[in-house]
Design a protein around this ligand. Structure first.
Ligand code: 5GP
Length: 211
C-alpha cells in the first residue's frame, strides 16, 4: 500500500526566519512540496502571484472560507492568510510530503484537525536578534514593526504545543535539522503499521513452514 505523505508545519514568530529556512530545506529536498497560501495582503516588491502567495481580495477570500476551501486560515496583522485545502490533500494522498509555512494561530488550528502532522517551531537565537531581523527587513512601517515585535514576544509562549524546536542561528543547520526530524518521524513505529503487520504475517508464514 502506498504510504501517505507527511504534513510538516513550520511555524514561529515573524522574524524567526521560517521562510528562509524552508527555502533552504526545499532546495535540498525538491521532492517535498510547499503549500502556497492565499492572502489579502498587498504584494511586496518582487513578490510573484502564484509563487509567493495567491494574492486575492477580501470578498474572494471570504467566499472560499464559506465554501470550506481552507485547511486553516487566520487574520495576521489585519490581513487574511489561508492554506488551500485541496492542494494539501491531493499531495498527501499521492504520497508527497507537504510543508506549510504558517503563523502560530494557523498551526494550532491544523494541529486540532490533523494531529499526525509534524509541528516545528523555529526560533531566533535571541530576542535581540529577532528584533534586528524584523527591523532589517525594512518593508514595514514603524507601527507595523511594533505590532510584529509585540506579537512575537507573546507567540513564543505557544512553543509547548509543538513537537520540535529548531533554533535558527544558521540557516543551513536549521534546514538540516528539519531533514533529520522528517527522517526520524518516518521511522516512528506508529507511522509504519502496514509494514510491521506485513512482517508479522511473514513471521507466521515462516513458523508454519518449519512445522
Ligand atoms: P508575511 O506577510 O510576512 O508574508 O506573513 C505574515 C505571517 O503570515 C507569517 O508569520 C507567515 O508565516 C504567515 N502565513 C503565511 N501564510 C499563511 C497561511 O496560509 N496561514 C496562516 N495561518 N499564516 C500564514
Amino acid at each position: 500500500m502506498k504510504r501517505k505523505g507527511l504534513l510538516i508545519v513550520v511555524s514561529g514568530p515573524s522574524g524567526a526566519g521560517k521562510g528562509t529556512v524552508c527555502r533552504e530545506f526545499l532546495r535540498n529536498n525538491p521532492e517535498t512540496v510547499l503549500s502556497i497560501s492565499m492572502t489579502t495582503r498587498q504584494p511586496r516588491r518582487g513578490e510573484v502571484d502564484g509563487e509567493n502567495y495567491f494574492f486575492t481580495d477580501v470578498a474572494t477570500f471570504e467566499n472560499m472560507i464559506e465554501e470550506g476551501g481552507f485547511l486553516e486560515y487566520a487574520k495576521v496583522y489585519g490581513n487574511y492568510y489561508g492554506t488551500p485545502k485541496s492542494f494539501v490533500k491531493e499531495n498527501l494522498m499521492a504520497g508527497r510530503d507537504v510543508i506549510l509555512e504558517i503563523d502560530i494561530q494557523g498551526a494550532l488550528k491544523v494541529k486540532e484537525k490533523f494531529d499526525e502532522g509534524v509541528f516545528i517551531f523555529i526560533v531566533p537565537p535571541t530576542m535581540e536578534e529577532l528584533k534586528r531581523r524584523i527591523q532589517g527587513r525594512g518593508t514595514e512601517t514603524s507601527e507595523e514593526l511594533l505590532r510584529r515585535f509585540n506579537s512575537a514576544y507573546q507567540e513564543i509562549n505557544f512553543i509547548t504545543r509543538y513537537n520540535y524546536i529548531v533554533i535558527n542561528d544558521s540557516v543551513k543547520e536549521a534546514a538540516k535539522k528539519i531533514e533529520a526530524i522528517i527522517t526520524a518521524e518516518k521511522c516512528r513505529v506508529d507511522r509504519n503499521k502496514d509494514f510491521y503487520t506485513s512482517l508479522q504475517g511473514g513471521i507466521d508464514n515462516a513458523l508454519s513452514f518449519n512445522r
